[in-house]
Design a protein around this ligand. Sequence first.
Ligand code: HMG
Ligand code: MG
Length: 298
Amino acid sequence: GLPTRVRIHEVGPRDGLQNEKTLVPAAVKAEFIHRLAEAGLTTIEATSFVHPKWVPQLADAEELMELIDDVDARLPVLVPNERGLDRALALGAREIAVFASATESFAKANLNRTVDGALEMFEPVVTKAKDAGAAVRGYLSMCFGDPWEGPVPISQTVSVSRRLMDMGCDEISLGDTIGVATPGHVREVLDTLNEAGVADDRLAVHFHDTYGQALANTLAALEHGVTTVDASAGGLGGCPYAKSATGNLATEDLVWMLDGLGIETGVDIGRLTATSVWMARHLGRPSPSRTVRALSQK
Ligand code: HMG
Ligand code: MG
């Protein structure tokens, strides 16, 4: 059966904006995050404490954190290493995410490490974050397919997930970075993870909508038992280090489906759509979300 409530993990300010060519000023990002919280989103991934040369769009992480310290929501941030964690904790971050890869090609492209080397880099980060009382999410990219390696064996996804759990991650977010997954594949990956001891209540799903499958995949995950879903306001997004990664599942498309199913999210779709229309104006191009387009043309 379906859950009665879903927690949306909003990634627009981070996964969305990291891929934008135009640099968005910190003040605009801060207004974006305030507006997302006012629309009812309770978890808003704010930024990343990565090397500024790797992701120039998020080089203003310090400045942004100070502009959002009054936001009433969980505000996780990405950190790849101890340097990133120290920067985040110094600004009062209460929730962090490390980001692993199921494939060697993406570990190299995204983190300049092997899969094992990246996990070794994360281990002291997770320990130190938990000692500081911060919650830790572990992202796992390329769970379904990889742009360089093709289909990804489920055993790779399962083994890296297990290692992230064993390291102390509270939650694992399964990333379909390039949007190639289909619902049967999602069910198979979740079944195999459950058999390996990674239960649905410790999992989130992170779908990109490259092939228009994100919503169908989400429904398959909800029917399976997952209740945390990543989405990006207006469908912003992608990944600068993965060929052919386009926008995430749009939060409005997700909320439209969940509202229709009578599943609670706490999100006001009208206020959210207005926010995405406002952000699209800043970016100089229309939102790719069908729901945003439909609701804003009314
Ligand atoms: P590296 O070049 O191997 O770094 O990059 P290093 O450890 O050799 O250090 C080199 C220099 O970087 C040093 O400075 C460090 O201090 C500095 P120098 O001594 O040369 O002056 N440095 C830092 N500076 C600031 N903040 C830091 C930091 N770390 C090192 N945290 C590194 C390794 C991990 C740093 C780099 O590869 C990196 O920053 N990668 C980030 C890539 C990224 O953010 N990708 C997007 C997020 S993942 C994603 O989008 C997928 C997801 O959405 C899920 C999905 O869809 O699948 C999550
Ligand atoms: Mg992503």
